[in-house]
Design a protein around this ligand. Structure first.
Ligand SMILES: Cc1cc2nc3c(=O)[nH]c(=O)nc-3n(C[C@H](O)[C@H](O)[C@H](O)COP(=O)(O)OP(=O)(O)OC[C@H]3O[C@@H](n4cnc5c(N)ncnc54)[C@H](O)[C@@H]3O)c2cc1C
Length: 386
């Protein structure tokens, strides 16, 4: 029997999956989800590699949020492994916590100088303060200014150049100004009240989110082969479709790159499986002064998986996205020129019936997982009030 649908959702990542569930469950809508890849979960997808190590195919994902709504909502579909992320920077072979904090200070400077600097910093800014390197640079004391220079040179500038493909001159001074120094020994990467990893992994969580009698998921389907957008509205498989269409893919691609491509950074991932229990001293080590990759993540340390004698690590290489087959656009390059180009596409979308752009690609911005989940919930709040 042919099913008819009230809503069409394109993409089964956080944006699409959360929206589909809300519309199906809270709104009683019949929802069709079309996903181009052969799996759900979007970039948060995880799976076992050939050695049985649970890996994140599209880069390491650590869940953290201050939103109780998002945490409670996702907790219906997963239990959590208690996990607090810690990142070390490899600075000429020494492993120091990032963001740079008091522990890092004592690793970066000789003992006597570090003790003196700690005292000066604490009396100037107070215990627990998060001070930017801009603020440190404005301090009258040359020793404190030297801390800013150390952090800029050894933690920030080379890493940022690798990540964004920029020269030091091209790096936005506002970004540099915001680089933090933490006057504490709390070396957790995130301070959010809710942090953790889905106990069984992200993919089973997504499968549960999408497991609802009102939801039909079709994998391996590029929506552009089924959906036609005109000023008169949408057509699905050639027939007029009057329902809401939530689109979570690239907006420039949706409109055939009519105004040109929106620029992105992409990543190449170098996976290596090694015959050892543990490779490095933290789940993620950033290479802030050396190597051409930005960081190495060791997955077993993220997921807590017990698997003796084998571990899988992943090196991340950042480069410009060209749009070649097989490349994934990961990070939007936010600047006034690109934002203006995005606005042209957004205006086009506005003229296409009940089309909603949702997610990191469709909105051309960076969202953490919790932020896009919240955005999807709020979009559905609005749609279901109509
Ligand atoms: C390397 C990296 C690490 C990250 N780490 C973290 C982290 O530690 N913590 C955190 O909170 N966030 C992290 N994020 C952010 C997180 O990945 C995003 O918040 C999340 O992926 C956004 O979900 P989304 O649904 O908007 O997009 P996506 O996950 O990209 O999902 C969009 C989906 O739409 C599908 N699609 C696109 N076009 C079409 C089409 N035409 N037809 C059918 N399907 C289509 C795609 O295949 C994809 O599955 C990280 C991001 C990156 C790049």
């Amino acid at each position: 029997m042919e099913r008819t649908f009230d809503c069409l959702v394109i993409g089964a990542g956080y944006a699409g999956a959360v929206a589909a569930r809300e519309l199906a469950e809270r709104g009683g809508k019949r929802v069709l989800v079309l996903e181009r890849r052969d799996h759900v979960g979007g970039n948060a997808y995880d799976c076992l590699d050939e050695s049985g190590v649970l890996i994140h195919q599209y880069g390491p994902h650590i869940f953290h949020t201050a939103s109780k709504r998002v945490y409670d909502w996702l907790s219906r579909f997963t239990q959590w492994r208690d996990y607090q992320h810690r990142v070390l920077a490899n600075v000429h072979g020494a492993y120091m916590p990032v963001p740079f904090n008091l522990t890092s200070l004592h690793m970066a400077f000789p003992a006597e100088q570090a003790a003196r600097l700690e005292e000066k910093l604490l009396s100037a800014y107070g215990e627990g303060a998060r001070v930017t390197i801009l603020a440190l640079r404005e301090n009258d004391d040359p020793e404190i200014r030297a801390v800013a220079d150390y952090v800029y040179e050894n933690v920030f500038v080379h890493y940022t150049m690798k990540q964004w493909g920029q020269t030091p001159e091209e790096i936005d001074p506002a970004t540099t100004a915001r680089v933090p120094v933490l006057l504490s020994r709390d070396d957790r990467y995130f301070q959010d009240p809710y942090q953790g990893m889905p106990l069984e992994g992200y993919t089973p969580m997504f499968q549960k989110i999408l497991d609802h009698p009102n939801i039909t998921v079709e994998l391996g389907v590029d929506a552009r082969d089924r959906l036609e957008l005109t000023e008169q509205g949408a057509k699905l498989d050639g027939a007029p479709f009057a329902g809401t269409v939530i689109y979570t893919g690239q907006v420039d691609e949706l409109f055939g790159f009519r105004y040109g491509r929106l620029p992105y950074r992409t990543l190449d991932f170098g996976f290596e499986t090694l015959a050892m229990d543990r490779f490095q001293p933290a789940a993620t080590v950033n290479y802030t002064v050396s190597e051409d990759y930005t960081r190495i993540t060791e997955y077993k340390q993220l997921t807590g998986q017990e698997l003796p004698g084998v571990t899988t690590i992943m090196k991340e290489y950042s480069r410009a996205y060209t749009g070649a087959a097989g490349e994934t656009p990961y990070y939007a390059i936010i600047n006034p020129e690109n934002n203006a180009l995005y606005e042209k596409y957004r205006a086009l979308a506005e003229g296409c019936g009940d089309l909603r752009l949702l997610g990191r690609l469709a909105e051309y911005k960076y969202y953490n997982m919790d932020a896009i989940a919240l955005r999807a919930l709020e979009l559905c709040d609005g749609l279901l009030q109509k």
